[in-house]
Design a protein around this ligand. Structure first.
Ligand SMILES: [Cu+2]
Length: 155
């Protein structure tokens, strides 16, 4: 027989879990927020690269390590849709793109994936938001959208 307080604690916990699941589904279905994919790490890439699929579609294979991101600068034209793949070479790092609803974790042995559209020109800072050691606060990269007089990678 459950104690009265035990029962209450279980009900509250269950309620919070249901609320969390409901919020996630609501965000996915109603707000069309993309939930990050976690892909298995099958050695698809070990070095960072930016791949151009067509004029407005890019794939960024990003690598986080103590204490930098590669590539450190990503040049794309305005209106691009970018698939970000992210992994870590060592500890857990964060991957937050300013002004975008992107908050990924770089985990050793795993790949996080999300897709972002850049409709406004500018410089979007990428910062690490998981404390990862003494160099953490300098861990940055940037997405540069419509940088003038720059040719975009063709491969
Ligand atoms: Cu960090």
């Amino acid at each position: 027989m459950l104690d009265k307080y035990e029962k209450r604690a279980l009900l509250i916990t269950g309620g919070i879990i249901m609320l969390f699941i409901f919020s996630l589904l609501y965000a996915m279905v109603k707000e069309k927020i993309q939930v990050t994919d976690c892909l298995p790490y099958n050695k698809v890439y070990t070095e960072s690269k930016v791949t151009r699929l067509d004029e407005r579609s890019y794939q960024v294979f990003a690598v986080a390590r103590m204490w930098n991101f590669e590539p450190a600068q990503i040049y794309i034209p305005v209106g691009s849709e970018v698939d970000f793949f992210l992994t870590s070479k060592d500890v857990v790092h964060g991957f937050n793109i300013s002004d975008k609803n992107v908050n990924l974790m770089a985990v050793f042995g795993g790949i996080s994936k999300t897709t972002v559209r850049f409709d406004q020109p500018g410089v979007y800072k990428i910062t690490c938001h998981e404390y990862c050691g003494v160099g953490h606060e300098n861990m940055q990269a940037e997405v540069i959208v419509n940088y003038p007089e720059r040719s975009y990678s063709k491969d």
